[in-house]
Ligand binder design. Structure first.
Ligand SMILES: [Zn+2]
Length: 254
């Protein structure tokens, strides 16, 4: 067997897409729209575009080469949404959704956060994207009144309906028979029965590739495209830089 390319390179993502090309792969909306969970094996493919939107477009193109489609969630940056990147990803047949952080932006003001949320979804739809699902962005809270952006929907279950949404990426998924895997902060983690805030077990891309061959694999996999690079040297550099920055923060905050 050929060696697995270095993790967090486009080559590694390419290999991952090759391996799932003959499996049922669902976008988040595609999965939620089903009346019942699909038979195993299957993959739910999600990508949270925190920044470096161009990398998301590259991964979207790689996936498309293998006829693999997933859901890409885009943030509203200070300068607004990156419509060009969103359009490029949607044109390849991927689902595009809204990666929201309105409680962070409103510094915990729930009423304001709700307004921003609905306004952003309206902007999405005005731009021609249906936005059927949303994903909460994970970041430290900007006020002590809430734990994370997901609180917005957790505390107001009617908001999903009101916003015309099929669901949220973790709130609306039944994880009983779905294992959750995420590459957040450049470290693969596996969660047997995912719950926000719960610590996962460390794993590797190699282990995930092996698991894909199992008949009973029901895997929900989240990538962060800004962590994936064309060249191995870049992947190594940015990963190391992130690790050092995290250590410094940990040391500074004790
Ligand atoms: Zn995020």
């Amino acid at each position: 067997m050929k060696p697995v390319p270095l993790d967090f390179t486009f080559a590694a993502f390419d290999l991952f897409c090759q391996r799932i090309r003959h499996m049922p792969v669902f976008s988040v909306a595609g999965f939620l729209a089903r009346a019942a969970p699909p038979p195993t094996p299957f993959v739910i493919l999600r990508l949270d575009v925190d920044y470096r939107e161009a990398h998301a477009v590259s991964l979207a193109r790689i996936a498309d080469r293998y006829n693999v489609q997933g859901t890409f969630y885009f943030r509203r940056r200070e300068q607004g949404f990156d419509w060009q990147a969103i359009r490029a990803v949607a044109d390849l047949g991927h689902e595009v959704g809204y990666h929201f952080e309105t409680l962070d932006r409103a510094r915990g003001d729930v009423v304001r956060a709700r307004e921003l949320f609905l306004k952003d979804l309206e902007a999405f739809r005005r731009a021609g994207f249906p936005a059927r699902t949303v994903a909460a962005h994970g970041a430290p809270p900007t006020a002590p009144t809430y734990h994370g952006n997901l609180d917005l929907l957790r505390d107001a279950p009617g908001l999903l309906d009101k916003a015309g949404l099929l669901g949220e990426t973790t709130l609306s998924i039944d994880f009983t028979n779905v294992a959750y895997l995420s590459d957040a902060t450049w470290r693969w983690r596996r969660y047997d029965h995912y719950q926000p805030g719960q610590p996962g077990r460390p794993t590797t891309l190699r282990a995930i590739l092996a698991e894909l061959t199992r008949r009973d694999a029901g895997l929900y996999i989240t990538f962060h495209p800004h962590q994936w690079f064309p060249h191995p040297a870049q992947a190594l550099f940015f990963r190391a830089r992130n690790r050092i920055a995290r250590q410094l923060v940990r040391r500074a905050t004790g």
